[in-house]
Design a protein around this ligand. Structure first.
Ligand SMILES: Nc1ncnc2c1ncn2[C@@H]1O[C@H](COP(=O)(O)OP(=O)(O)OP(=O)(O)O)[C@@H](O)[C@H]1O
Ligand SMILES: [Mg+2]
Length: 578
C-alpha cells in the first residue's frame, strides 16, 4: 500500500540527522526559556517573604536558564535555517541540472520566464517553509506544553484569562497572512507582466519608435504600473496591521493579567511573584503563538511552490543521455534518410523525405519560407525525434544511444545565431575551451571576420554584450559559424547561417569552408540559389515535400521551382550590380 507522505517529507527526510540535532537544540532552547519566568517569579516571591538568600539562588537559576536558552537558540537557528539553505541549494541545482538535460521539445513547450520563476521564487518559498516555518513550528510545539504546564500549575483560572486574547491573535495573524498571500500572488502576476512588457518594449524600442507608438506603449505601461502600485499599497496596509493587532492583543492580555491577577492577589489566592512569573510567560509565549499563524501560511505557500516544482520535474520528455567523451572516426560522416516525417498539430511540417549523402558530400536544401528546411536540419541534428522514418548515420540508426556520439562530431549553426554575453574569444572557443589563439584566428579568417577583429580595440577580448548585441547580425552569424568550425566537425549543418551576410561574402566564406574542412560532410539550408550551386546536390522543398532533387546544373536546366528562383535571383543580382 502506498503511504501518502506530506509534501515536505521527501525534502526533509534525507537530512534526518541534522533535523534531529535541530530538534534537540529547539527543545533545549524552548524548555530552558520556559523556566526563566518561573525562576524570576520565585525570586520575587522569596523577596515578598523576606528570604534573601533563596531569592539570590533563584536569580542564579534564572541566569543559568537564560544562558542555556540563548545557546540552544543559536544552535537551533544554525542547524534548522542552515538545513533549509542546503535544501534550497540542492533543489536549485536539481532543477538546473534537470533543465540542462531536457531535449529540444521541452523548451519548445515552456516559457523561459516561467522556468526562471520556478528556479527562483518557487524554490525560495519552499525554503521559507522548510527553514523559518519548520523552526517556529517546532519551537512553539516544544515550548507550549512546558509553559502552559507551569502556568496551569500556578493558576489555572489566570491562565485561561490571559490566553484567550493570545489565541484570537494567532487566528487574526492567520487571516491577515492569507489575505496577504492572495494579494502577493496577484502582485507577482502583475510584476511579471510589467517585466515582460518592459523587456519587450526595451528590446523592440526601435520598432516602436519607427511606428510612432510610444504614447500607446507608455499608456499601457502606466495602466500596469498603476495596478501594481494599488496592489502594493493594499499589501502595505495589510502588513501594517500586524503590529497594531499584536499590540492590542498583547495589551488586552496584560489587562487581564493585571486586572484579574491583581484581584486574585488581593484575595490572597496568588503571590505577587506569581504575577511576575505570569508576565514573563506572556512575553515568552508572545512570538511563538503569533508565529503559528505565520508558519501555517509559510507551509501553504511552500506546498504550492513545491507543486509547481514537481510539475516541472514530472515533465513527460525523457532526459538526454549524459555527455561522454566519444571516440570519433576521423573521416566525414555519411547520411541516409528514409521516409522521414515530422508534423506539428497544425498539420504543417515535413515529409516524407528520403535522401542519401555520402561521406564528404554536400547538400543544399532550397525552399521558400516555411517549406521545412529548419525542421529537416533539426531532425538531421538529432534535436527532434521524427514521427516516422529513420535517419542512418554511418549506416547506424540515430537513436537515443547514438545521440551524444552524433553531437560530438556535429557542427550546428542555427538560423538565429546565439552568442553568450562574454568575450569574442570565449564565444569562438565555446566548443573547445582553451583552443590556442592561432586556431581562433584561422577560423576567423575562414568566415572573413579577421579584419573586423583586428580593428576592434580589444580584439578577441571584446565583450559582445547580451546575446552579442554589439555585433551586427552578419557578424553574429559569422561568429556562430566560426564557433562550429573550430570543432572540426564530421558533419556541418548550416541553417541559413549566412542569411545576413551579402551574397558575395557568403560565396567566399563557403569556398574558404571547403578548404578548411577538407572532406567534412556539409548540409546547408538556403534561400539563395547561387549558394546552393556550390553544393554537389540540391533538394528543393515546398510545403514540406521534396519537389526536385539532383545536381544544381541539372535543376537549372529543368523547368520547375529551382529554375524559376534562379532566373528571378539572377535578375535581382544584375539589377543590384547596375
Ligand atoms: N514549433 C513549431 N510548432 C508548430 N509549427 C511549427 C513549429 N516550427 C515550425 N513550424 C511550422 O513548420 C513549417 C516548417 O517550418 P521551418 O522552420 O522548417 O521552415 P523553413 O523552411 O526553415 O522556413 P524559413 O525559410 O522561414 O526559415 C512552417 O510552416 C512552420 O510554421
Ligand atoms: Mg528556417
Amino acid at each position: 500500500m502506498a503511504i501518502n507522505r506530506p509534501w515536505w517529507w521527501k525534502l526533509l527526510s534525507p537530512h534526518r540527522k541534522t533535523l534531529l540535532l535541530g530538534l534537540g537544540a529547539t527543545v533545549l532552547c524552548s524548555v530552558a526559556a520556559s523556566w526563566v519566568p518561573f525562576w524570576s517569579g520565585r525570586a520575587v516571591k522569596a523577596l515578598e517573604l523576606g528570604q534573601w538568600s533563596l531569592s539570590r539562588q533563584s536569580l542564579v537559576w534564572m541566569l543559568a536558564f537564560t544562558l542555556t536558552a540563548g545557546i540552544g537558540r543559536y544552535f537551533m537557528r544554525y542547524t534548522l535555517i542552515g538545513l533549509s539553505r542546503s535544501i534550497e541549494r540542492l533543489q536549485r541545482e536539481e532543477l538546473y541540472t534537470f533543465f540542462l538535460a531536457r531535449p529540444f521539445a521541452f523548451f519548445e513547450r515552456q516559457q523561459v520566464g516561467d522556468l526562471m520563476s520556478r528556479i527562483g521564487d518557487d524554490v525560495s518559498t519552499v525554503r521559507m517553509a522548510t527553514g523559518p516555518g519548520v523552526m517556529s513550528f517546532l519551537a512553539t510545539v516544544a515550548m507550549l506544553p512546558v509553559t502552559l504546564g507551569l502556568m496551569f500549575h500556578t493558576s489555572p483560572r489566570l491562565t485561561v484569562a490571559v490566553l484567550v486574547p493570545f489565541l484570537l491573535l494567532a487566528g487574526a495573524f492567520y487571516y491577515i497572512g492569507r489575505w496577504s498571500h492572495i494579494l502577493q500572488q496577484r502582485l507577482q502576476v502583475v510584476t511579471s507582466r510589467i517585466n515582460t512588457f518592459s523587456h519587450e518594449a526595451i528590446s523592440g524600442e526601435r520598432v516602436i519608435q519607427a511606428f510612432g507608438l510610444e504614447a500607446d506603449r507608455v499608456r499601457e505601461f502606466h495602466a500596469l504600473s498603476e495596478q501594481q502600485a494599488r496592489l502594493g499599497i493594499r499589501q502595505t496596509v495589510l502588513w501594517g496591521a500586524y503590529g497594531p493587532v499584536a499590540g492590542i492583543m498583547g495589551g488586552i492580555s496584560i489587562l487581564a493579567l493585571v486586572g484579574y491577577g491583581g484581584h486574585l492577589v488581593l484575595q490572597k489566592a496568588l503571590h505577587i511573584g506569581d504575577l511576575t512569573a505570569f508576565s514573563g510567560y506572556l512575553v515568552a509565549m508572545g512570538w511563538p503563538i503569533m508565529s503559528l499563524g505565520w508558519a501555517a501560511n509559510l507551509f501553504q505557500r511552500g506546498k504550492a511552490g513545491q507543486e509547481r516544482i514537481d510539475a516541472i520535474l514530472g515533465s513527460r520528455e525523457a532526459p538526454l543521455p549524459p555527455p561522454e567523451a566519444e571516440e570519433l572516426p576521423a573521416d566525414p560522416l555519411g547520411l541516409r534518410v528514409r521516409g522521414l516525417v515530422s508534423r506539428f498539430d497544425s498539420g504543417r511540417g515535413l515529409g516524407p523525405v528520403d535522401l542519401d549523402l555520402p561521406p564528404g558530400g554536400s547538400l543544399a536544401i532550397v525552399g521558400g519560407i516555411g517549406s521545412g528546411k529548419t525542421l529537416l536540419l533539426q531532425l538531421l541534428a538529432g534535436l527532434r525525434r521524427p514521427e516516422a522514418g529513420e535517419i542512418l548515420v554511418d549506416g547506424m540508426p540515430l537513436d537515443e544511444g547514438r545521440l551524444r556520439w552524433h553531437w560530438a562530431g556535429l557542427g550546428w549553426v542555427p538560423q538565429e545565431a546565439f552568442l553568450f554575453s562574454s568575450t569574442l574569444r570565449e564565444n569562438l572557443a565555446f566548443g573547445r575551451p582553451g583552443a590556442p589563439d592561432e586556431e581562433l584566428w584561422e577560423v576567423a579568417r575562414v568566415v572573413c571576420l579577421d579584419d573586423l577583429i583586428q580593428r576592434l580595440p580589444q580584439g578577441l577580448d571584446t565583450v559582445v554584450g547580451e546575446r552579442g548585441v554589439v555585433l551586427s547580425g552578419g557578424e553574429r552569424q559569422r561568429t556562430a559559424l566560426a564557433r562550429a568550425l573550430l570543432r572540426r566537425p564530421r558533419l556541418l549543418l548550416l541553417d541559413d547561417a549566412l542569411s545576413a551576410v551579402d551574397a558575395e561574402t557568403e560565396s567566399r566564406i563557403l569556398e574558404n569552408l571547403r578548404d578548411f574542412l577538407g572532406r567534412a560532410t556539409l548540409v546547408l539550408a538556403t534561400h539563395r540559389v547561387f549558394v546552393a550551386e556550390l553544393c554537389e546536390q540540391v533538394l528543393v522543398l515546398e510545403e514540406g515535400r521534396v519537389l526536385q532533387r539532383g545536381p544544381a546544373q541539372d535543376l537549372a536546366r529543368a523547368p520547375g521551382l529551382f529554375a524559376r528562383l534562379r532566373t528571378l535571383q539572377s535578375l535581382e543580382r544584375s539589377l543590384e550590380r547596375g
